[in-house]
Structure formats: structure tokens, C-alpha cells
Design a protein around this ligand. Structure first.
Ligand code: TRP
Length: 353
């Protein structure tokens, strides 16, 4: 039996190189051998970005970027989360078996709740203080319940298709662990084997971590750190040329600082081995010019992103095509989702009159 794969990306902004190498490249490979469902998590986006003026635009951008990166609607089921109401129904039913305590202990919730309450992430507010603030009725800053139940919705996304593999990054590991727990719990409460326990999946070796340009950490959505697939050539070059470096190696074979390590990691991802070893050598004998390294890096990033960007622009302007893709995806996703939901309703005791 083929694996059933489910994964999604929240529609909160354009896709960047980190999404591309960390997620999309895996998706593209997986669609060759598995039964894949790839979706755009617009409901999840609402937990932090409820903006009617941008909602549709954001979904459209990611859809075009998915397709431009090589997701093939003939091979995978590509759909918008909110087009499949069965997911929301399963989410509601699953919530009856989920504890608010376990939801409140989720790392991503605590993180985002802190932000919504404007509590300083670094000042180590005690857990008690956060909980108090959340339930206090004087609090001006609400933490929305959608944020709390984020993991239930994610579990519903996955379980509704009875997924066996879920390609996600490390930051989603806890959510996936919860999905497995909810699946197990449901099965045991009703004495059924309805949901398989999905495993997180990274293609073969450890997942590629794409570092950002600001000297520390991975590529995320923060300004200055990120290269978008749709960045114009000029913008992209400028970003790379502005990437954080250091004063340069003073003695031969010195260890690299984090910003330099990051640039070399990027180079390894986009350039050929001989280019990488050329710059390694230059670094090791202290003759490296960071400007040259960056020029080369920008050049090689553009080799990947330029054709993708062209396809994005092309696809984005083809409303007729997008409409067809989305309609076909919704139809297929709903077929699978409706089957699972019917089983769930039956074991929970819903009956027709
Ligand atoms: N939470 C995921 C993220 O932020 C997005 C997501 C929502 C997802 N539902 C999912 C990923 C189901 C995999 C499967 O990246």
C-alpha cells in the first residue's frame, strides 16, 4: 500500500528559500511515490493573521508558489484547507477528547500567547504569570481560542486523510506527537482502529536547514534574513550583498564565525562542490573577499529562483488555471475527508433518523 502523505503551509506570507529546500523539494519528490495531499492552511493563518484584505491574496500567492516549485495537481491533491469543511467538523469532534491543559502546555501556544499578550519573550515570565494573564478578565489582550486549539486543527488536517507520513520541520515535531496521541486516544476511547499514527518524515537524510542572512538562526519571515522565491533579481542581489559577515579570517584555517558558517551553508545548498571548495580554500589561506563570495552566492541562488519566479508570475496571472486546480483539489480532498468523517460520526454514535 502506498503511503498517505499530508502536509501544509500556513498562508502568512510568501515562500522563501527555507520553505523551498526544507519543505517543497521534499513534497515534489514524495508526490512520485506516495498518495499526497498538500494544502494551504488558511484557517491556521487566521490564528495570527486575521486580515480580510490579505486572506485571499496570501492563499493565491502560496498556491502559485506551490505549483511553480513543481507540485503537480495531476500527481498530488493540492487544496485549500477552508475548501474542505469536513476538516473543521473533525476538528470540532476531536476537541471533545483534547484537554485544555495539554493544549496550554504546547510550546508553540506559549510562544504565541506571550506575543499576543505583549509579554517579553526574554524576560522569563513564569508559566503561572502567563496563565493568570490569559484568564484574567482585565486583560486587554485576548489570546484567541483558535491559537489554543491549533494542534487539534492540525491533527484534523492529518487524520482526516488517515495520513501515515507527514513531512514537517523540527518545529512541528511536538504538534505531530500530539496528533499521534489524539489518534491513539480516539481509537482507544471507541475501541476502534480508525486512525493510523502518522510519523514525521524527512526525505532520507536529516532535513536541510537553510540559514538566514542576518548572521544567526534559520531563514524565517523576519526582514533582512529572508530570500523569497518571488524576489526580483535586483532585490535578491542586494539582500545577499548585505548579508552579515565578520572582519575576515586573521590566521590560516581559523574556525568560522556563525554568519560565515551560514553563508557557506547556503553556498553548499545552491552551488557546485568546486565552487564551495574554492571559497573554502580562500577562507583557509585568508585571501577570501567576502564580496566575491556573496556575488557568487547571489548568482547561484538566482539560477534556482529565476525560473521559479518566472513560473510564479505566469501562474499567478492565470486565474482560469488556478480555479481549475483548486476545484479539482477540493473535490478529491473532500472525497477522502468525507469518507473518514462518516466513519468518525458512526463510531461516535451519530445516526440518521
Ligand atoms: N503547523 C504547520 C506549520 O506552521 C502547518 C500545518 C498546518 C501543517 N496543518 C498541517 C503541516 C498538517 C503538516 C500537516 O508549519
Amino acid at each position: 500500500m502506498k503511503d498517505i502523505v499530508v502536509s501544509g503551509i500556513r498562508s502568512t506570507g510568501n515562500l522563501h528559500l527555507g520553505n523551498y529546500y526544507g519543505a517543497l523539494c521534499n513534497f515534489v519528490k514524495m508526490q512520485e511515490e506516495s498518495n499526497c495531499y498538500f494544502f494551504i492552511a488558511d484557517l491556521h493563518a487566521l490564528t495570527t493573521h486575521p486580515d480580510p484584505a490579505m486572506l485571499h491574496e496570501n492563499v493565491k500567492n502560496i498556491l502559485a508558489e506551490y505549483l511553480a516549485a513543481g507540485l503537480d495537481p495531476e500527481k498530488s491533491t493540492i487544496f485549500i484547507q477552508s475548501d474542505v469543511p469536513e476538516i473543521s467538523q473533525l476538528y470540532l469532534l476531536m476537541n471533545m477528547h483534547v484537554g485544555i491543559g495539554e493544549l496550554m502546555r504546547t510550546a508553540s501556544f506559549k510562544d504565541k500567547a506571550r506575543k499576543q499578550l505583549h509579554l517579553d519573550t526574554h524576560a522569563n515570565e513564569s508559566e503561572d504569570a502567563i496563565e493568570k494573564e490569559i484568564i484574567s478578565d482585565t486583560s486587554k489582550n485576548r489570546v484567541n481560542a483558535g491559537l489554543l486549539t491549533y494542534p487539534t486543527l492540525m491533527a484534523a488536517d492529518i487524520l482526516i486523510h488517515k495520513a501515515t507520513k507527514v513531512p514537517v520541520g523540527k518545529d512541528q515535531e511536538q504538534h505531530l506527537e500530539m496528533t499521534r496521541r489524539f489518534a491513539r486516544r480516539f481509537n482507544s476511547v471507541y475501541g476502534v482502529e480508525l486512525f493510523p499514527e502518522p510519523t514525521s518524515y524527512n526525505f532520507g537524510q536529516a532535513s536541510i536547514k537553510v540559514p538566514g542572512l542576518d548572521g544567526s538562526g534559520k531563514m524565517g519571515k523576519s526582514e533582512g534574513n529572508c530570500i523569497y522565491l518571488c524576489d526580483e533579481e535586483k532585490v535578491l542581489r542586494k539582500k545577499v550583498m548585505r548579508a552579515v559577515t565578520d572582519e575576515g579570517p586573521q590566521v590560516p584555517n581559523s574556525p568560522k564565525s556563525e554568519p560565515l558558517e551560514n553563508l557557506f551553508t547556503l553556498l553548499k545548498i545552491v552551488s557546485t562542490p568546486d565552487v564551495v571548495s574554492y571559497f573554502e580554500e580562500q577562507y583557509n589561506n585568508c585571501s577570501i573577499r567576502y564580496g566575491d563570495l556573496k556575488k557568487q552566492l547571489a548568482e547561484d541562488i538566482l539560477k534556482t529562483t529565476t525560473p521559479i519566479r518566472e513560473r510564479i508570475l505566469d501562474i499567478r496571472s492565470n486565474d482560469e488555471y488556478l480555479r481549475r486546480v483548486v476545484a479539482q483539489g477540493a473535490e478529491r480532498a473532500r472525497e477522502s475527508a468525507a469518507r473518514t468523517l462518516a466513519e468518525v460520526r458512526k463510531v461516535m454514535g451519530f445516526k440518521a433518523f
